[in-house]
Design a protein around this ligand. Structure first.
Ligand SMILES: Cc1ncc(COP(=O)(O)O)c(C=O)c1O
Length: 447
């Protein structure tokens, strides 16, 4: 295997990761700094979202109250501190960025998927001459536009949530939509897609295989546009704007992020597009004062393995004898996006992993104590403060990058990425499973 030679400390962490034990890896190449490129990228993303606003409002009546924006709440969750063992003032303040309740698609994927579909619709309509440069963008909701889009198809590979976001947006405009799904896709997600008139092709293999199959099928037909979750700049850009939304919410709450009040973001990671885009945008707004950690299931630590070995040579979790099996279906990904790995080389603070039983405990806890309806993937951020404050690696990170008093003032934001659309029966199964497992979390016992 080629790539960056591992340090002795990384070899110890790798050993734990291979045993599927919860682990924190901090990126030795991480360089917290002002980031002009990310700032420029974020500004462009926000400008494009603003351009799309009238179309969003016209397409989705549920966006009337948010004036055509896809936005989620920022919620302080004091009630979860004691059950999580974070009541000590040393843990700073704990917030949830509630993307599990995002309108239209019910997951963080609304930010990326809807953005890419709408941007594509505008581009296709403009380049074909259907939409003149001076025409209002809302013309894309007319019957003629519907007929124009119905001759075209949008395809995507997905474990579920991206498919929902892309599929719903595409069908609402009038496109045909095809979602290639992995064998672990949840039945309710497939059923929901079919109700929207999306064609679902289920593959026997994992998520990366479903994406490859979708890419292959799309290549053969010029009328098919393929949303490439492994390599999409548009998805990445769409997600990034969430960081500016968070920045205005923090300001509204009277919280000024700075060297003495650092911001920690805990971002669930599958292929890496959603957490990567958000982390990129966050660097653009908060510069050196934000520290972004990706979080993955113990059996699917594709980003941890890729980033640890350096972004140059592809790594798969199967190489390390891990199964890639997890209830956190959005994160069952064997190899991460190379586009994201490159973008994150010195921007990502680190990656940690959590076991499935803990994700179930967290589903039950978040529901019981804070009335949050989360799917297992979306809970993984709650482990973040534990890794920062209660592990050797976390302590070393803080000693290296933060001033002595900063942690007490830290703002920990758990990005909850999906769950509000999970059918009640399925959700209750998660809650029952979680309630049947005694606390504390397994990861607390590992230390
Ligand atoms: C609920 C949820 N969280 C997190 C993710 C991870 O996003 P990405 O695959 O872009 O890393 C997904 C992906 O589908 C998801 O469905």
């Amino acid at each position: 295997m080629t790539g960056t030679p591992l340090s002795a400390a990384d070899r110890v962490i790798l050993d734990n990761v291979k045993k599927a034990r919860p682990s924190l890896w901090c990126n030795p190449a991480y360089a917290p700094a002002r980031d002009d490129d990310a700032q420029a990228g974020l500004q462009e993303a926000v400008a494009n979202w603003q351009m799309l606003t009238p179309l969003l409002k016209a397409l989705f009546p549920e966006l009337e109250i948010t004036n055509g924006t896809i936005a989620s709440e920022l919620i302080e969750v004091d009630g979860l501190r004691a059950p999580l063992g974070y009541q000590d003032p040393a843990f700073g303040r704990l917030f949830v960025k509630a993307d599990h309740a995002l309108p239209v698609a019910g997951s963080v994927k609304a930010r990326g998927g809807i953005f890419e579909v709408l941007m594509t619709a505008v581009n296709e309509a403009r380049t074909s001459g259907f939409l003149s440069p001076s025409a209002p963008i809302t013309e894309l909701t007319s019957d003629a536009a519907h007929a124009f889009f119905s001759e075209r198809t949008i395809a995507v590979g997905s474990t579920g949530n991206l498919g929902l976001s892309v599929g719903i947006a595409a069908r609402t405009l009038g496109y045909n939509a095809v979602v290639h799904m992995s064998s672990d896709a949840k039945k309710w997600k497939i059923d929901r897609l079919r109700r929207f008139g999306v064609k679902v092709k289920q593959h026997r293999g994992d998520y990366n295989l479903a994406v490859a199959a979708a890419r292959d099928a799309a290549r053969k037909d010029p009328m098919v546009y393929f949303v490439d979750d492994e390599d999409s700049e548009l998805l990445f850009t769409g997600y990034s704007a969430g960081a500016l939304e968070l920045a205005s919410q923090l300001i509204e709450a009277g919280i000024n992020i700075g060297p003495d009040r650092p911001l920690f973001l805990y971002l669930p990671c599958g292929i890496g597009g959603a957490p990567g885009g958000i982390a990129y945008g966050a660097r653009g707004v908060f510069g050196a004062n934000v520290h972004c950690f990706f979080a993955e299931p113990v059996q699917s630590p594709s980003a941890l393995l890729q980033m640890m070995h350096g972004p140059q040579s592809p790594r798969s979790v199967y190489e390390f004898d891990l199964t890639n099996k997890t209830e956190a279906d959005g994160m069952a990904v064997a190899t991460m996006s190379h586009l994201v790995a490159r973008q994150m080389a010195d921007r990502l603070a680190g990656v940690y992993t959590v076991g499935d039983d803990d994700l179930m405990r967290l589903v039950a806890l978040a529901y019981g104590e804070a009335n949050l309806k989360l799917e297992p993937s979306a809970t993984i951020g709650f482990a973040g403060p534990h890794f920062m404050l209660e592990t050797r690696e976390g302590q070393a990170f803080c000693d290296r990058h933060l001033s002595a008093k900063a942690m007490e003032n830290a703002i920990h934001v758990v990005w909850t990425t999906g769950g509000s659309f999970v059918p009640e029966l399925q959700f209750q199964t998660f809650v029952d499973k979680g309630n049947a497992l005694p606390l504390p979390l397994d990861l607390k016992k590992e230390q």
